[in-house]
Design a binder for this molecule. Structure first.
Ligand SMILES: Nc1ncnc2c1ncn2[C@@H]1O[C@H](COP(=O)(O)OP(=O)(O)OP(=O)(O)O)[C@@H](O)[C@H]1O
Length: 223
C-alpha cells in the first residue's frame, strides 16, 4: 500500500503540551475522520501536517507526489464566517488561487478559466460559477472553497470542521462530493469533525485525539 502521510514521534506544545509523541501512517486514498474534545489539539495537528506549524520534535512526511503538485488542499475552521467585503464570483475565487500558484502571466487565461470551471463542476457548482459569492449559502460557499483547493491538483485534502454551520442537506451533499473524490480520484482526505454520528459512514478510519494521544476510535465508535 502506498503511504501518503507519515507522522513520526510528533511532539508539540504552545505553553503547555498538546501533542505527545504522535505516530501515524496514512495510506493513499484513505478517508480519515479525526474527533476529540474541544481544545484537544485537532486543529493544531492539522496545522502541523500542512506545515503551518513546526513540531517541537518529530517528523511529518508527505509522500504523495506522483507527478502531481505536492501541495495539500487545506480548509481551515470557520471559513463561512469570514465574509468577503466586495463582490466576487466563485469562478474568480478559484482562478485567483491558480494564478497564485502558477504565476500571473505564465498560463493562458482560457486554460485557467477551464481548469477553474472543471474544479467547480467537481463540486456541482458549474452553474453558479458567475454568482455573487456573498449571496451563496454557507454550504455552497464551502463547496467553492473546496473547488479552490481542488484546482491545485492536490491529492491530499485536509478540512477542519467543514460542515460546521451548514444545513443537513448541504452536509450530505458535501460529504457525497468528498466521497466521490475519495473513491473515484483516490484523493486522501482527512477531516476533523464534531459530527461523527452523521459522518462516520464515510470514513475508512476514525481517530480520536485526547490528552495528547491519537488513538484508533473506529471500533469503539461504530458499535
Ligand atoms: N496560537 C496559539 N497559542 C497558544 N495556545 C493555542 C494557540 N492555538 C491553540 N491554542 C490552544 O491549544 C489547545 C488546542 O487547540 P486546538 O485549536 O488545536 O484544539 P481543537 O481540538 O481543534 O479544538 P476545537 O474542537 O475546539 O476546535 C487549546 O487549549 C487552545 O486554546
Amino acid at each position: 500500500m502506498e503511504k501518503s502521510i507519515v507522522l513520526e514521534n510528533l511532539n508539540f506544545g504552545y505553553d503547555k503540551k498538546i501533542l505527545n509523541n504522535i505516530n501515524l501512517e496514512i495510506t493513499r486514498g484513505e478517508f480519515i475522520g479525526i474527533v476529540g474534545p474541544n481544545g484537544a489539539g485537532k486543529s493544531t495537528l492539522l496545522k502541523i501536517i500542512i506545515g503551518q506549524l513546526k513540531p517541537n520534535s518529530g517528523r511529518v512526511k508527505i509522500l504523495e507526489n506522483n507527478g502531481k503538485d505536492k501541495s495539500i488542499g487545506y480548509l481551515k475552521q470557520m471559513n463561512i464566517e469570514v465574509g468577503v467585503s466586495f463582490p466576487i464570483t466563485p469562478l474568480e475565487i478559484v482562478m485567483l488561487n491558480l494564478y497564485n500558484q502558477m504565476g500571473l502571466m505564465k498560463v493562458p487565461n482560457k486554460k485557467i478559466k477551464n481548469m477553474a470551471l472543471n474544479a467547480l463542476s467537481m463540486v456541482n457548482l458549474q452553474e453558479k460559477a458567475y454568482y455573487n459569492y456573498n449571496n451563496m449559502s454557507g454550504g455552497e460557499q464551502q463547496r467553492v472553497l473546496i473547488a479552490k483547493e481542488l484546482v491545485k491538483n492536490s491529492n491530499i485534502l485536509i478540512f477542519d470542521e467543514p460542515t460546521a454551520g451548514i444545513d443537513q442537506d448541504s452536509k450530505e451533499l458535501l460529504f457525497n462530493i468528498l466521497d466521490h473524490l475519495n473513491k473515484k480520484h483516490n484523493i486522501t482526505i482527512i477531516i476533523v469533525t464534531h459530527e461523527l454520528e452523521f459522518s462516520k459512514k464515510y470514513f475508512n478510519r476514525i481517530l480520536k485525539l485526547e490528552n495528547g494521544e491519537l488513538k484508533d476510535y473506529s471500533e469503539v465508535n461504530i458499535w
